[in-house]
Design a protein around this ligand. Structure first.
Ligand SMILES: [Zn+2]
Length: 702
């Protein structure tokens, strides 16, 4: 380069005595620790610069080395202590010259770079790199340095873009090698194939099958746990890198596997991206499938078909939704809404969610179609009270189940048998692997020179350890087999059969929890489509394709629901002939009847019902039956009203209470009414009944 020679030629014009009086600063930086170790070559070059400074006239002891930034990235000066110190020294005018390998790399970040140049120009410090000496105060040198800085920055950008671009291009062709998930590996030709380890394959197949059967990731985890089955994992870091480890299956693992399109043989890239956070960390953002960078179905071998994969995604989405709405108002899974997760909106086809309302201490479900509403901020599409629908569906199931009961029972049994065999095969594989490892350890032990005590001892210990694992695995298998046998024992089979034939009884049994009813419903029904018009129409699809259509009247609104049943009103009407309000309340409560609001009756409630249903008041009834008031009676008998009361109490005349204050009307005494008889005790005159134990001696003179 001619420029270089020119600069070197005029080097001596730039270095003045004033520069030499000040220090020389040698700034050394390596981006990463790895570079520090691997590229000691460039470190050597940086130290060689020191010799250049000596040649220019700086004494050895005035050359100060700043190398504290070894291992720091050059992207920003903020946390590079060495660079900060360099800037400080230069700005204090202590630097005559700044030395650096490819000076423009002193600071990659342009702002840092220009600031350093600025300060060098102000304090008349020179800059030296392998190409020559620059004086930032000179226009030409300044221009050159500025360009170098810009180029360096551009280089960083281009480098990154080229890397990223290369990755993207490869990804678009589906050729990018991405670390495959467990169960898939690259073969010698670089093609992704199923892991040849049959045990690993078996575990993955069981996972997908279990999810297909249960439709729930959590149930899949539980199923593995119940059967003490382990799941493989590959170690990606540390000294055991590449090893296969068997551990307990976790929920997040199941979800990761189900969401991973690679298991469906699809190549996918750009499913997530990272974003820098304000506090300097990173966060991972999931990208919706439509926005993935690349998706190539059928790119390689897989465990499920693409259709299965998509079905699984829908299933996971549905269960996530169902769980969310079920949990919103009630304890998880215990909510009584029978059709939760099964009910579809007949208007828009979306799955309907459940809301619970608390009504007199009971949870009343309501099915709401609001998916579209939430998504697009529109009003709710349909809402239908659930109690009536649930009841009708229960009746339908009880009717419909009997003919299919046997079929269900049979298929349940077959499936159980299948699952048990499947699990046993996997356990057998675990035993085989343990046996293989024992053989390996034994061979290793046999091969070692017996004189080499230390090695022989540790190999023997390893062999023993493997033997122990083998026997544990065998025992575990036997234990599980024993348990499986119990599952399929005769009484168990009978119980399964009984369960399905006794379905109606089980369904109606109040002690059957809602959750069980929901599970039974799920077992039998595919889905229910509901449409609310003048009446409610239910289209029911059974598993296996049978369909039924039901129509229900629109449910009563809340005030209608709170009305007293006509039977109760009729009952009260009859009781009013003989009893007062409090008495009627007691009688109805004793018979276990409840008001429209499901409360116990009180005299106030009876009074309200009497008024609102315009039942004839008790007073009128008694009067209609010819009964006399207190005054009329007193006049008839020729005694004072107080005396009438006393006679009534002692049973000489017959009175009937018409209210709860015990105000009374009296039966006509007939042709031969009782007369005043002075001197005779009332207690002796009352023949028929003694109302009070106290003997009233009060006499009233007429
Ligand atoms: Zn809808």
């Amino acid at each position: 380069m001619p420029g270089v020679t020119i600069m070197i030629s005029d080097t001596h014009e730039k270095v003045k005595a004033a520069h030499l009086r000040r220090n020389a600063y040698l700034y050394i930086r390596q981006s990463t620790l790895r570079q520090v170790f691997e590229k000691s070559e460039s470190t050597k070059r940086q130290y060689a610069l020191r010799q250049k400074a000596v040649a220019l006239g700086w004494p050895e002891d005035r050359i100060i080395v700043i190398d504290t930034d070894l291992g720091q990235s050059g992207a920003s000066a903020a946390d590079r202590e060495g660079f900060q110190r360099l800037v400080t020294e230069v700005s204090l005018g202590r630097a005559g010259i700044v030395l650096g390998l490819e000076v423009s790399r002193l600071a990659r970040n342009s702002t840092d770079w220009h600031r350093l140049l600025e300060i060098c120009a102000l304090t008349e410090a020179l800059i030296l790199d392998e190409d020559g000496v620059y004086d930032p105060a000179h226009f030409n040198d300044r221009l050159l340095l500025g360009l170098k800085g810009t180029m360096s920055e551009a280089e960083l950008h281009v480098l990154r873009a080229r890397l990223q671009g290369g990755i993207l291009n490869k990804a678009r062709r589906g050729e990018l090698m991405i670390r495959p998930p467990i169960g898939l590996i690259y073969n010698a030709e670089g093609k992704l194939v199923l892991d040849p380890d049959k045990q690993v394959q078996g575990a993955l197949r069981l996972l997908f099958d279990t999810f297909r059967r249960t439709g729930s990731a959590m149930a899949t985890v539980r199923s593995f746990q119940r059967q003490s089955l382990l799941f493989p994992r590959r170690v990606h870091t540390g000294p055991q890198k590449g090893d296969l480890v068997w551990g307990v299956l976790g929920l997040s693992q199941v979800l990761r596997i189900l969401h991973n399109p690679r298991y469906a043989g699809a190549f996918a890239y750009g499913r997530s991206h990272t974003r820098k956070t304000v506090d300097g960390g990173f966060e991972i953002i999931r990208v919706p499938k439509e926005e993935w960078e690349t998706l190539i179905p059928g790119a390689h071998a897989g465990y499920v078909s693409w259709e299965d994969y998509e079905q699984n995604q829908r299933q996971l989405h549905v269960s996530a939704q169902a769980m969310g709405s079920d949990r919103r108002k009630s304890p998880a899974r215990e909510g009584p809404a029978l059709l939760q997760g099964l009910i579809l909106c007949g208007r828009c086809g979306e799955r309907m969610t459940v809301r619970y309302h608390s009504r007199q201490g009971r949870l009343c479900p309501e099915y709401v179609c609001q998916r579209d509403g939430i998504e697009h901020a529109k009003p709710v599409c349909q809402r239908i009270p659930g109690a009536g629908i649930d009841r009708a569906m229960g009746e339908l199931l009880v009717d419909a189940v009997s003919p299919v009961a046997l079929e269900v029972a049979l298929s349940v049994q077959q499936e159980l048998q299948c699952r048990i065999e499947e699990a046993d095969r996997l356990r057998q594989k675990q035993v085989e692997r343990a046996q293989y490892e024992v053989d390996l350890a034994r061979r290793r032990y046999m091969r070692v020179d017996p004189d080499n005590r230390l090695v022989a001892d540790s190999l023997e210990a390893e062999w023993n350890g493997k033997l122990r694992t083998l026997s544990e695995t065998q025992q575990e298998r036997e234990r599980q087999r024993e348990q499986d046998r119990k599952i399929l024992s005769e009484p168990q089979q009978a119980a399964i059969l009984a369960l399905s034939t006794n379905f109606p009884a089980l369904w109606r049994d109040p002690s059957t929890p809602d959750r069980e009813r929901k599970r039974m419903t799920r077992l039998l029904l595919e889905d229910i489509t509901v449409l609310r018009e003048e009446q409610i129409t239910l289209h029911v699809r059974f598993k296996g394709g049978a369909t039924r259509t039901l129509t229900l009247p629109l449910p009563l609104n809340s005030w209608q629901q709170r009305q007293t049943s006509p039977d109760v009103v009729k009952e009260i009407d009859q009781l009013l002939d003989q009893h007062t309000y409090p008495q009627i309340a007691d009688i109805l409560n004793e018979r276990g009847m409840r008001s429209g609001e499901s409360k116990a009756f009180t005299s106030r409630i009876i009074a309200r019902i009497q008024r609102s249903y315009a039942l004839m008041p008790r007073y009128d009834r008694l009067r209609k039956a010819g009964m006399l008031t207190l005054k009329e009676m007193a006049a008839l008998l020729g005694i004072c009203p107080q005396q009438v009361k006393i006679w009534d109490r002692h049973g000489l005349i017959h009175g009937h209470a018409y209210n709860d204050k015990n105000d009374r009307l009296h039966e006509h005494p007939g042709a031969n009414p009782p007369r005043k008889a002075q001197g005779v005790k009332l207690s002796q005159r009352s023949v028929t009944r003694v109302v009070s134990q106290r003997i009233e001696e009060v006499q009233c003179e007429a």
